[in-house]
Structure formats: structure tokens, C-alpha cells
Design a binder for this molecule. Structure first.
Ligand SMILES: Nc1ncnc2c1ncn2[C@@H]1O[C@H](COP(=O)(O)OP(=O)(O)O)[C@@H](O)[C@H]1O
Ligand SMILES: [Mg+2]
Length: 280
């Protein structure tokens, strides 16, 4: 039996060391290979609610593959992905002692609603209007009634400044408008986490700003986002954390000041020097 004094302290200690809420996303030892070609080679990553993480890295370093694994457009070769503290998939120990994870399509469909994705090439359906594109997932995945999906989709288009383009087909929209429709489509699913894969790389320079402004508004809402980008200036202001990926691993990880202004790794320094070459 403990004395009242130590019991009181023990109670206090328990309050003080209350466990932190689970990470929104936790990635452990993620690997992805295509045939014999290893692309992601052991990535560990923890994303807290409200984190805005910019991902930098040379072309071919595995940035898109990483994002595609996080919403299961690609199935990881091995490793664990936990969403809201729950493991995605079912782990099975093999005869040789290794662990294999089985994924059911049903579970992955649910996960893809929680983890939204915006692509460099927009990936809009060309035969659907802007409104139709935003409604599609609400109708087919969420099973929403037509009228409710219409209302929701119009609200999302208004949010990205495109209320008046609801009836326009993608061919009639500029790249910046197409990308804003794609963002509205992702937001309509009410994801917990948003992944952006170079959302401005396919745009004419004068259209980059309108898309970055929409993303900045999402920052102000406190959304949790991972953004692959080559816009270093935007990354500096957007992110609370920056990852530099090289050869399928996180080569450097820190605050924007640490990674962009005082990189420790020679490879990060060389990458930044190349990207800043013509900034004057
Ligand atoms: N579906 C695939 N099949 C085979 N190889 C792929 C596939 N997707 C990506 N790769 C390869 O993985 C490497 C990394 O690609 P990617 O993740 O797109 O890099 P990044 O986005 O950093 O430019 C590249 O060599 C690419 O050819
Ligand atoms: Mg890419």
C-alpha cells in the first residue's frame, strides 16, 4: 500500500505523462519495389494532425511512389501504414518468419476516402463537367443522393473560386482552373489527410499563384497535408516540416529553416544549390 503522499504524486505523474494523441499517419519501414527495382527503401514517417510537410527530392527519387503508397494506389512491398492509430491491412507471418500484409479492396476504398490526392496532371474526367468531376466520388464512393452531392460539389467549387465554372468541361478550363477543380474534388470527400504531388508543375508560370493561394487557404484551416513540390519559396512558408528524399529514403528531415537554410547533408546542399541557381 502506498502512503497518501506518493499516491498523490503517482496520480499527478499519470496526468503529466498522458500519452500524446496517436499520429494521424504513421509509416514504419516502408519499402516498395517494382520487380527487382527497389524504389522506396525503408521510410519511417509520423504525421501529426495539422502537420504540413513539404517533400523535396530529385526527379526519380521516389516521391510520387511514396505518396501513391500512402493512399494505396500502389501497395507497399513491405512495411506498415497506420491511419489514426489503426494498421491498414492484415499482417500475416510467413513460414520463413517474415511478415506479409494483405489488403482488402474494401478497406483500401475506405482508406482512399480518408487520404485524398491531387496530381500533377489533374486527372479530371474529360467527359464530365467541373461539377460532374466533383460529384463523381460523392455519388459512386460515398453513395450520396444526386441532390445532396450537387449541393456539396457546388460548395466545394465555390471554395476554390470556381462557382461559375460548374458547367464547364475540363477542355474549356485553364490548367490552374483544372487543378482547382481537382482540389475541390479531393476536398469534397472530406479527407483527413491531403496529398499533393507537384500540383503546380504542369502549369504555366502565371497560373501557379492561383493554385498556391488555394493550398495556402487550406493551411489556414489547419488541414494536414503532404506536398511534393519544387517551389522552394512556397515550401518554406507552407510547411512546418520538410523532408528531402534521395534514393528512396528520407535523407534529411527538419524545419524549413533547418533543411532549406542550413542543410546538414551534402546531397541536400547540392540539390538546393541547383534549385537556387537562377534565383537572383
Ligand atoms: N508503376 C511503376 N512501374 C515500374 N517502375 C516505376 C513505377 N512507378 C515508378 N517507377 C519508377 O520508380 C522510380 C521513382 O519514380 P517516382 O516515384 O515517380 O519518382 P519522383 O516522383 O521522385 O520523380 C522511377 O525510376 C520510376 O521509373
Ligand atoms: Mg513524381
Amino acid at each position: 500500500m502506498c502512503s497518501s503522499a506518493s499516491c498523490a504524486r503517482a496520480t499527478d505523474d499519470t496526468t503529466m505523462t498522458k500519452p500524446a494523441p496517436p499520429a494521424l499517419l504513421r509509416v514504419t519501414n516502408l519499402h516498395k519495389q517494382f520487380g527487382d527495382n527497389a524504389i522506396i527503401k525503408g521510410i519511417d514517417l509520423s504525421v501529426a494532425p495539422g502537420d504540413r510537410i513539404a517533400i523535396l527530392g530529385a526527379s526519380g527519387s521516389g516521391k510520387s511512389t511514396l505518396l501513391r503508397c500512402l493512399n494505396f494506389m500502389e501497395k507497399p512491398t513491405s512495411g506498415r501504414i497506420e491511419l489514426g492509430g489503426t494498421l491498414v491491412g492484415t499482417e500475416k507471418t510467413q513460414r520463413d518468419g517474415s511478415v506479409k500484409t494483405d489488403y482488402s479492396e474494401r478497406e483500401l476504398t475506405a482508406v482512399r476516402q480518408r487520404v485524398g490526392m491531387v496530381f500533377q496532371q489533374f486527372n479530371l474526367f474529360p467527359h464530365m463537367t467541373a461539377l460532374g468531376n466533383v460529384m463523381e466520388g460523392l455519388r459512386t464512393v460515398k453513395g450520396m443522393a444526386h441532390e445532396q452531392a450537387d449541393t456539396m460539389a457546388r460548395a466545394q467549387l465555390a471554395r476554390v473560386g470556381l462557382a461559375e465554372k460548374a458547367d464547364a468541361y475540363p477542355a474549356r478550363l485553364s490548367g490552374g482552373q483544372k487543378q482547382r477543380v481537382a482540389i475541390a474534388r479531393a476536398l469534397a470527400m472530406e479527407p483527413e489527410l491531403l496529398l499533393f504531388d507537384e500540383p503546380t508543375s504542369a502549369l504555366d508560370p502565371e497560373l501557379v499563384g492561383e493554385v498556391l493561394r488555394v493550398i495556402r487557404a487550406l493551411v489556414e484551416e489547419g488541414r494536414t497535408m503532404l506536398l511534393v513540390t519544387h517551389e522552394l519559396g512556397f515550401a518554406y512558408h507552407f510547411a512546418n516540416r520538410i523532408l528531402f528524399i534521395a534514393d528512396g529514403v528520407i535523407h534529411e528531415d527538419g524545419t524549413p529553416d533547418e533543411v532549406l537554410k542550413h542543410p546538414r547533408q551534402a546531397r541536400t546542399q547540392a540539390f538546393l544549390a541547383r534549385h537556387n541557381e537562377f534565383h537572383f
